[in-house]
Structure formats: C-alpha cells, structure tokens
Design a protein around this ligand. Structure first.
Ligand code: NAP
Length: 287
C-alpha cells in the first residue's frame, strides 16, 4: 500500500476463505476471527481495542445459504451479515475508520446480466436479504468500499474443492447447467482490494470476480474433472431438477455474472478464471 501503513489494517474473519487470502496479502495486518471478536456482539465491538486501526476489512460472513433458510440459520445469517455490519459501521463512524465490506451476487434476483454495481437490490433468499442489508449499512459510511463477488474459491470449503474430492473418489455428480457466472479465486479479491486501497480509488461499490467467459456450475465441474484426470464424469441437470431433489435449498440467482467495467476503469485487470482454476487444481492434487 502506498499511502496507508499495512499494520493499520484489521482483517475480520481471518480464518475464512477470503480472510486467509487477505492475511497473505497483508502479512503485517492485524488479523482476527470470531474467537477473538464476535462482530455480531455490539458490546464486544465497542470495547475492542481499536488503537492504531485505520482500515477494517470485513471478510466475515454467514455463508451457508441453505442453512440460512432454517429458523436457526435465519437468525445467524442476519446476526453476522447485517447486525455485525451495523456494529462495524458504528465503530468506523465513531473513530473515522475506513470500511471494506464484502458482498455477494445473491443481493440480486439474477434476472439481469451482467449485474452492474448500481442495479437495485432484489434478493431471493434469506442469505441474500441479509447481505443486502449489510450493503445498505456499509454504504452509510463516507469512506467505504463494498466489494461484490461471486462463486468464491479459496482455502476452505467451496464448490471446486468439493468437485475435486468427488473426482478423486471416482464419484460422478449431477450438476446444474443453467446457473451462469464466473468463479472468483480469493487471491483476486485480495489483489483487487489492495488495488483500491493503494490507488485511493473513489469510494463506493465495486464488482470483482475473475474474468473470462461466464459459464455454468456444470461447466466448472467438467473443467475440474478434466484437469484432475478423473475417472468419473459430470452429468448436467437443470436447477428445477436439482430443487426437486433438494426441496429445502435456498433459491439461487440464475445469472451471477458481475460486470467488471467499473474496477477495470480504475486500472485493475483480473485473471481469467481458467488459468486460476488450473493453478488451484494443481495445488489441490498435492494436498
Ligand atoms: N463463498 C462464496 O461463494 C461467496 C460468494 C459471494 C460472496 N461471498 C462473501 O465473501 C465473504 C467471504 O466469504 P468466505 O467464503 O471467505 O467465507 P467463509 O469461508 O465462510 O468464512 C467466513 C468467516 O467469517 C467468520 N465469522 C462468522 N461469524 C462471525 C462473527 N460473528 N464474528 C467474527 N467472525 C465471524 C467465520 O469464523 P468461524 O469459522 O469462527 O465462524 C469465518 O472465518 C463473505 O462476506 C461472503 O458473504 C462469498
């Protein structure tokens, strides 16, 4: 970072997929997770030692979209994705801190494509609604970046790792071929956040995903199976067929592709998802 000392960054949610990439991007930053600070608890956030912090990067989230449809999960999703953002916004407001907050394609109903930053929020699911509330709260700060991303792949549980594990076991999964988007490797999100901070880009909302041709989940699975030289194969099914077998699933946006024009105009070019997927599978094979 040019103008800001890395050691004055606080990474919240540091054990999550994105949190891990951010702690690699900023090894001198202060990195904490829920065991050190429960951000959904207002009193804990207020009494936290904010000395020397200038920028909060909120990589924490309740990300289990199907569990968020249950009575217990609904509460947790709202606590972590909305109430906690209110708490961080309060901390930032009272101490003049900058907030970098991470959001999702699930704030949209997926009828438009590609999604531009200014599209009106239209969440379909509990998770999406809780993330949309978080966006509205974060946007109240003058000094904020909201990073909208989709189909996140990093160190942790994600679709690519699940498909790779199935490929290794010789299992042949059925995967939806009518939800379209782009995978996003956490290294690209961390790099984009650093670009925005280090160039002092105008505050506001930015889409960030890997670049490349938008594809379906089934296409991603096919790529994983091919790159892993798997014995099994991927069968394509429709979302309607998938939901028939999983009636308690959260509704998903059919179109998740995010328009990258705004961040590209600041001078940031994200890598093609195919090249990052290749590197990821090579690492997974050695895991
Ligand atoms: N995953 C995706 O496909 C996807 C897609 C679009 C957008 N996003 C957004 O990207 C961001 C990062 O996602 P991710 O996949 O990296 O998430 P993740 O791997 O599920 O990690 C979330 C992190 O948040 C922490 N956390 C949860 N509740 C907390 C609390 N009350 N206080 C402090 N920390 C808490 C978790 O800690 P514990 O493990 O200790 O609970 C965990 O380390 C989230 O905002 C998510 O909504 C994700």
């Amino acid at each position: 970072m040019s103008k800001l000392d890395e050691s004055r960054i606080l990474i919240v949610g540091s054990n999550g997929q994105l949190g891990r990439a951010l702690t690699k991007q900023y090894p001198k930053a202060r990195a904490i997770d829920s065991d050190q600070l429960d951000i959904s608890d207002q009193a804990s956030v207020d009494s936290f030692d904010w000395t020397d912090i200038k920028v909060i990067i909120n990589a924490a989230g309740y990300t289990n979209v199907d569990a968020a449809e249950t009575s217990e999960g609904r509460v947790l999703a709202w606590q972590v994705n909305a109430v906690a953002v209110k708490n961080l916004v309060h901390a930032a407001w009272t101490r003049q801190l900058m907030l970098v907050h991470v959001s999702s394609d699930y704030v949209f109903d997926g009828t438009q494509t590609p999604h531009k930053e200014a599209e009106v929020l239209s969440p379909l699911s509990v998770y999406g609604a809780s993330k949309a509330a978080g966006d509205l709260l974060a946007a109240q700060l003058d000094e904020h970046y909201i990073i909208r991303t989709s189909w996140v792949v990093g160190e942790g549980k994600n679709f690519v790792r699940t498909m790779h594990d199935l490929a290794k076991k010789g299992v042949s999964p059925a995967v939806v071929d009518d939800q379209i988007g782009r995978p996003t490797f956490t290294t690209e999100i961390a790099r984009a956040i650093d670009h925005l901070l280090s160039t002092s880009a105008p505050f506001g909302t930015y889409n960030i995903t890997n670049d490349g041709e938008p594809i379906s989940w089934a296409d991603v699975a096919h790529e994983v199976f091919t790159k892993a030289n798997a014995e099994g194969s991927v069968t394509s099914i429709t979302t309607a067929q998938y939901f028939a077998g999983h009636p308690n699933s959260a509704p998903r946006p059919m179109h998740s592709t995010l328009d990258l024009g705004k961040i590209q105009a600041t001078g940031f070019a994200s890598a093609d998802w195919k090249s990052d997927l290749k590197k990821y599978i090579e690492r997974e094979t050695q895991r």
